[in-house]
Design a protein around this ligand. Structure first.
Ligand code: PMP
Ligand code: GLN
Length: 378
């Protein structure tokens, strides 16, 4: 049988985690924390799993949870959304991305994607008949070439997908990037899909920005977030999409047939927990891990780390160690040296091989120490 995605295989995240497990390697590949979840949140989960709600959540999500997320958006980005009409709770950010694309993209529509890009964008655009138009972010800076964006925008451009803080480079967009984008789309009907799953994982609080802060962008944007990243629970698969009412109305029409609604008791637990969320400590935690990891990779290994500004990822350049292609090298690093990473090539559409791997540093100190130790053997 040949399905609508017969040209794609298993994702690199499944592949590398399976390889890490098989070889008992330190798993710095797939992005997930290996440290404990706040016991207060777990206590809330126990409470609601015991007491209920046990039946369907409202289609757009539990209202108190939506209110807390809207409050957080207002607090962090001075960008209030209406909990009743402008947010929908989704099964992780992945479902929000897929739903926004399903809602907006028709046969022949062009969608601008900056690559390296998170792996779900290209296949999901194509599933709905869209045509990805790729703009490469050049290694090692991964800056946007705005002249190229201007050249590639056409009357067929339906949407631009942006992702800041950026997976895999860890770079964050500056104010000027948003202003440039705003200038380019100002007179058009182009939509924006803003993947902001790492919105709260920014190391310098002054550099924390969102598409929501720029009025011409906000009014055309589906903004996507993930509780998996913010409260260290990637396995819960709870995310959200925020958008102005005219966009959200259409988003919810698709959402109601994809999933209808999301795990109900977890939404109650998160609604209770969010007011206690300490975003300063969250940023600080990842900054400390980033700085330790960067310094130790630099001092104790022959890999060249690239500093990140956000996310929990760091790129390392291995060009002075080996000339093997990225996937082969990442596999050998796992099987022979006991460290799993993610090669960057699967984040591109065409063959790119800069001899760069992505490591996840959302790990406890002992795991990071083991990782650096193993990498120092090369
Ligand atoms: N977008 C990006 C850029 C991501 O890194 C991830 C998680 N790896 C997602 C979307 C998906 O998030 P979720 O696990 O909530 O579906
Ligand atoms: N977002 C995570 C990463 O980039 C993993 C997502 C997944 O496994 N699909 O590593």
């Amino acid at each position: 049988f040949s399905g609508n995605l017969s040209h794609v295989g298993e994702t690199i995240f499944s592949k590398m985690t399976a390889l890490a497990n098989k070889h008992k390697a330190v798993n710095l590949s797939q992005g997930f924390p290996d440290f404990p979840v706040d016991p207060e949140l777990i206590e809330r989960v126990h409470f609601y799993v015991d007491k209920g709600p046990h039946q369907y959540a409202p289609m757009a999500g539990h209202l108190a949870f939506r209110q807390e997320l809207c409050k957080l958006s207002d607090q962090e980005f001075a960008s209030p959304y209406q909990a009743e009409t402008e947010i929908c709770i989704t099964a992780g950010a992945t479902q929000a991305l897929g739903t926004a694309l399903a809602c907006a993209i028709r046969e022949g529509d062009e969608v601008i994607v900056f690559s390296p890009a998170y792996d779900s964008y290209f296949p999901m655009i194509e599933l709905y008949g869209g045509r990805p138009i790729t703009i490469k972010l050049q290694h090692p800076d991964y800056n946007v070439d705005w002249n190229q964006v201007k050249r590639l925008i056409s009357h067929r451009t339906k949407m631009i997908i942006i992702n800041s803080p950026h997976n895999p480079s860890g770079r964050t967009w500056k104010e000027d990037d948003y202003l440039k984008l705003q200038e380019l789309v100002g007179d058009s009907n182009i939509l924006i899909l803003a993947d902001e799953v790492y919105e709260h994982l920014v190391f310098d609080p002054k550099e924390k920005r969102s598409v929501r802060q720029f009025p011409e962008l906000r009014k055309r944007s589906f903004v996507v977030g993930s509780l998996g990243k913010t409260v260290h629970v990637t396995g819960w698969k709870i995310g959200y999409c925020m958008a102005p009412e005219n966009l959200m109305r259409e988003f919810k029409k698709v959402h109601q047939y994809f999933v209808f609604s999301i795990n109900h008791p977890l939404q109650w637990a998160l609604a209770d927990y969010l007011p206690n969320l300490d975003l300063n400590s969250l940023g600080k935690l990842f900054k400390e891990k980033h700085d330790w990891f960067f310094r130790n990779l630099q001092e104790r290994t022959r890999f060249k780390p690239l500093a990140s500004e956000g996310t929990y990822f760091m790129l390392i350049d291995y060009s002075e160690i080996s000339q093997e292609p990225e996937l082969a090298f990442a596999e050998r690093l796992t099987t022979e040296f006991g460290v799993a990473s993610i090669p960057l090539s699967p984040f591109y559409r065409d063959p790119v091989d800069n001899k760069v791997l992505r490591l996840c540093f959302a790990k406890d100190d002992q795991t990071l120490e083991q990782g650096v130790d193993a990498l120092s053997k090369l």
